[in-house]
Design a protein around this ligand. Structure first.
Ligand SMILES: [Zn+2]
Length: 466
């Protein structure tokens, strides 16, 4: 492992990658497929992911995959379940990927978000990373198994999902009626990162074994509804603003899960000073050193997010005309919680921090308590295969389990005791990471090739007869 400047990766989110020589004509098969996928706009709502299912099915069918397209009650929205048969001596391995994407602020993009343009060795477009790039990598990897006629001891199932970015017809819905078609020993999904510096050198590969959960908390401020010409002290909008300001100044305590602890240990081992010391302090026991390390490390929003519950005001609803002071005002606070956190405790914490009887706090959906989904075990053939092939593909990179900072569709499997390992299967830089769900989302053409190789070899390891 080269002891290179991880500090740049960690503290700077504005890295600009050097242009690479790669022409449009030289696209590898994964990149060419991604380009096609980006050109089908599946912004959700409405998603209409069925068009992606048809595109992928047309590639897989001639290679001998059994194709099942499951329609949802929404016309044009479906799931694809493709199966490449093994001899059945071992239980299936599954690859899950979602076909829908989040919407775009088109005017803020420098390229057409649905054009699949190639520039400086990168493909641009909504979903390039999340998760059409993943569909392309997974699809090409399973296609290669068929093309190379790899003898399989287990079925390889490839699922292209609808409604990951927005419910209700997501994999949880699919599992209610089609569990037997998606049942497996273990699965791959989106999740962890193959983090590279701006020269493309991979520092570490994080494989998510658990996801944070998203909950929404509604703040409602109450005041006197009256004529705006006679303002009073109990203005609902003012009370709501003060409550949001207090929450924004509130930092939640650090909570390191076993996998987060290992992730920071990896960073401590692979970073140069002074960041190596900060990572080591964070997993230590000296409270003052932990607090100091937290301040330093939390300059990176991703690292800040995986070590604690985070909160973000996301929507406001207040007022209806310019001469009326409204009697109430609402804010939605999106909270991402670490597994095991009780959502009801979050409400109590917010009430304490806000400390204003004029502002009520509630969950958007009532909760019965903390989720009890265990993290996926690393003691499986799939985790070991992925770890081995990640090290082989990205020489010198460390591999570590990881708590994913956002939510995914893995719950449909993890809830039923099936281990799911999350990875965005391509090296990316910190700058590219900030563009996910943002503007000018892109992935490098070479990263797609490397990712396909890693996933293909992982599948050969875990599914072939040997
Ligand atoms: Zn995603």
């Amino acid at each position: 492992m080269k002891q290179v400047a991880l500090v740049a990766l960690v503290v700077s989110l504005s890295l600009i990658a050097a242009p690479r020589a790669q022409s449009d004509q030289a696209l590898n098969p994964t990149a060419a497929l991604l380009q096609e996928l980006i050109r089908v706009d599946t912004s959700n709502p409405p998603g209409l992911e069925g068009r992606i299912d048809e595109l992928i099915a047309a590639r897989l069918r001639p290679l001998g995959f059994e194709i099942l397209i499951v329609p949802t009650p929404v016309e044009g929205k479906s799931h694809l379940i493709a199966r490449l048969r093994g001899d059945g001596s071992r239980r299936p391995v599954l690859l899950a990927s979602h076909a829908d994407v989040v919407g775009v602020e088109k005017e803020k993009w420098t390229v057409d978000p649905f054009g699949g343009q190639v520039k400086d060795g990168r493909i641009y477009g909504r979903g390039a990373l999340d998760f059409k790039g993943g569909i392309a990598v997974f699809a090409r990897a399973v296609m290669q198994l068929a093309e190379n006629k790899v003898p399989l001891a287990r079925d390889v199932i490839f699922v292209v999902e609808a409604d990951e970015e927005s419910a209700p017809y997501n994999t949880t819905w699919l599992a209610q009626t089609h569990w037997s078609d998606m049942d497996c020993e273990f699965a791959l999904n989106e999740g962890g990162w193959i983090m590279a510096d701006d020269n493309g050198h991979v520092r570490y590969v994080s494989v998510s074994t658990a996801d944070k959960t998203s909950i929404s908390v509604i703040l409602t401020a109450h005041g006197t509804s009256t004529h705006s010409s006679m303002p009073r002290a109990d203005n609902a909008i003012t009370s709501l603003s003060k409550a949001i300001a207090k929450l924004s100044a509130y930092e939640t305590p650090i909570q390191l899960t076993p996998s987060t602890r290992r992730f920071f240990t990896t960073l401590a081992n692979t970073s140069p000073p002074p960041m190596a010391a900060s990572f080591r302090d964070l997993i230590g026991t000296d409270a003052a050193a932990v607090a100091r390390a937290d301040r330093e490390i939390s300059r990176d929003p991703l690292l800040h997010a995986i070590m604690r519950n985070t909160l973000a005001p996301v929507m406001l609803n207040a007022g209806f005309r310019n001469n009326v002071i409204p009697g109430s005002a609402d804010a939605t606070i999106n909270v991402r919680i670490i597994p095991g956190t009780d959502p009801n405790q979050i409400v109590r914490d917010f009430e304490r921090v806000i400390g204003d009887p004029a502002v009520s706090v509630r969950l958007s959906t009532p909760s019965a308590g903390p989720s009890r989904i265990p993290a996926s075990s690393e003691d499986t053939d799939l985790y070991r295969a992925l770890e081995r092939e990640a090290r082989a593909t990205f020489t010198g990179a460390e591999v570590t389990p990881y708590l994913f900072q956002a939510g995914t569709d893995a719950g449909a499997w993890r809830n039923r005791g099936v281990p799911v390992y999350g990875i965005y299967p391509y090296p990316i830089t910190a700058d590219q990471l900030t563009r996910m769900h943002g503007n000018d989302e892109n992935v490098s053409v070479e990263s797609l090739r490397q990712g396909t190789e890693m996933i293909y070899k992982t599948l050969v390891d875990v599914a072939s007869k040997h």
